[in-house]
Write a protein that binds this ligand. Structure first.
Ligand code: UT7
Length: 323
């Protein structure tokens, strides 16, 4: 059977790093509050010349290099983002053009923080359905552009960045020992749409708008939703938490990550945490975390890796894959 195997991965971050202390003169907050409540210590913030498209392009190039491939080898680009360069065309098409790729097809996928998990599951279906052989799956965001920099309850939480993987069709035996995507479970429920949203848009205000969040409400639902979808993914694959090598969760809040891992019985040393370095980068957070754990030698070929995310909508989901 066909499996969607990760052949390479990469990441890109804006040049500027903003530390927690840099907020202290801007809003009423402190490094201590931010670290205690979220685990975040710093985040990268895009300059005017750094956009979702330019960061996505850089991450895509890094992923192609690590795969030993060129844009000519790719037939589909799926970009997960909620901060596109323009309302349209899709930023994925902009990245396609920047890569000098004039064949194949490209589209954006919008599932906020769950975007990358949704995009990997989507790309897997294109590969398994025979519509693509190699897919660039990118998560790229510039949330700094939609933050209300006077709102301390949100502006300290988010950061900019991009990460990417190249998924390639390879033959598998159909068992859990195969490399590639092994199981996926996606969910959404729009009843929660006003708990984390942007208060603008082309069809309503005609403006871009700013991110608004009822943080406590999101927090309240997060652990239950995350663990439900992961348990569904485990059941699909016929595995338990003990079988995992690495848990790569969405990086929104260290307390949510810890509580989810604990509830699922995933050992602390198997959890990849990068929220301290990047803040919440929405759809970029999982591929950025992957890039750190691959670069430092933790995630190796053959390892069983669980990706998970939850965000605005609400949307949530998990993907199990063998690296
Ligand atoms: O990626 C999508 C998913 N998003 C998330 O997962 C975010 C989920 N939510 C969270 O991570 C947390 O709810 C937050 C980090 C946003 C907030 O932590 P919390 O422990 O839930 O705090 P809270 O909202 O209950 O606020 C506690 C206090 C409040 O003051 P009072 O009402 O107790 O006087 C806030 O006004 O902390 C205050 N506060 C701050 N204080 C200093 C809120 N933001 C700040 C701040 N600095 N930046």
């Amino acid at each position: 059977m066909i499996r969607s195997v990760v052949r390479g991965n990469g990441a890109a971050l804006p040049r500027r790093i903003m530390k927690n202390a840099d907020f202290e003169g801007m809003v009423e907050t402190s490094d201590e509050w931010i670290v205690q409540r979220t685990g975040i210590r710093q985040r990268h913030v895009a300059a005017d010349d750094e956009t979702t498209a330019s960061l996505g392009e850089a991450a895509a190039r890094a992923a192609l290099d690590s795969a030993g491939l060129t844009p000519a080898d790719i037939d589909l680009i799926v970009l997960a983002t909620s901060t596109p360069n323009n309302t349209f065309p899709a930023t994925a098409v902009d990245i396609q053009n920047r890569l000098g790729m004039h064949h194949g097809f490209a589209f954006d996928l919008q599932a906020v923080c769950s975007g990358f998990v949704y995009a990997v599951a989507t790309a897997d279906l294109y590969i398994c359905g025979g519509l693509a052989k190699r897919v660039l799956v990118i998560g790229s965001e510039t949330f700094s552009r939609i933050l209300d920099w006077t709102d301390r309850s949100t502006c300290v939480l988010f950061g900019d960045g991009a990460g990417a993987v190249v998924l390639e069709a390879q033959g598998g035996k159909g068992g859990i020992g195969d490399r590639g995507v092994l199981a996926a479970s996606l969910r959404s429920d729009g009843v929660h749409k006003d708990k984390l949203f942007v208060d603008g848009g082309p069809s309503t205000t005609g403006t871009v708008g700013h991110l608004r969040m009822e943080g406590r409400e999101v927090f309240k639902h997060a652990v239950g939703m995350i663990t439900d979808v992961i348990e569904a993914t485990f059941a699909q694959a016929g595995i338990t938490a003990q079988d995992l090598d690495w848990f790569v969760p969405h990086q929104a809040n260290k307390r949510i990550i810890d509580a989810s891992a604990k509830k699922l019985g995933i050992a602390e040393q198997k959890v990849v945490v990068t929220v301290d370095l990047h803040g919440n980068t929405s759809a970029a957070s999982v591929p950025l975390a992957l890039s750190v754990a691959v670069a430092d030698g933790r995630i190796k070929k053959g390892d069983l890796v669980l990706l998970e995310a939850m965000g605005g909508g609400f949307t949530w989901g998990a993907v199990l894959l063998r690296w």
